[in-house]
Design a protein around this ligand. Sequence first.
Ligand SMILES: [Zn+2]
Ligand SMILES: [Zn+2]
Length: 234
Amino acid sequence: MNTRFCPKCGSEKGPFVKGFCMECFLKDHDLVQIDEEIELERCVKCEKINLKGVWKENSVENIEEWVGKKVKIKEITDEKITVILDPEEEHTNAKVIISGELGGEPIRLEKEIKIKFKDTQCADCAKLSGDYYEAIIQMRFDGEMKEEKADEFEAMLAQILGERHKSDGLAIVVKAIPQKTGADFLIGSKRAAKNAAEKIAKKFNTKVVSSYTLIGVDKTGKEKIRHTHCVRVK
Ligand SMILES: [Zn+2]
Ligand SMILES: [Zn+2]
């Protein structure tokens, strides 16, 4: 009777892969490649993370997906990659589990890696830190300002921008400047400003009067425009 054994360690315990026992085969072959420590840029202001050049929400799902795409696999077929994050203070440890088949045998491998966060500023926050704003919402009262309505206006503006902030990092009030009969709200994002002005006007049963001013020309020769949306509260 022919007994199968591993030419390297002599083990008779299967399964065998290309003639060797699984253990010896894995020792000699680097089937799963991923750096033990990977760096991830994180915004110190809004906590968003830089995933391949796109600033996204700092969520477990986003990080796990990003780590999973960094794993390179050889020889394993029907592979399934699972990433499980184990958050700690400075670092985040992640377990990468690869399952599939190797030479017709089921296989499951695990790797522990570290994600090192690098503090930086995302593109939007860098802009906003320089008092950047694309639009102005003007809250105006005919005659005297009514405190209660002004508060309602401001709360609604904060709520609308807050809802958009996850997908549009510029959707914030950069500055609020009191005026004689209202206030000017400088808004980072022109799209968010337009949307907010329209919603607020609808709520107050009034109209938005929009205009724009040319504020300069950028490096490519494109005109830079600042939008102003005036909402008259009756
Ligand atoms: Zn062996
Ligand atoms: Zn940011």
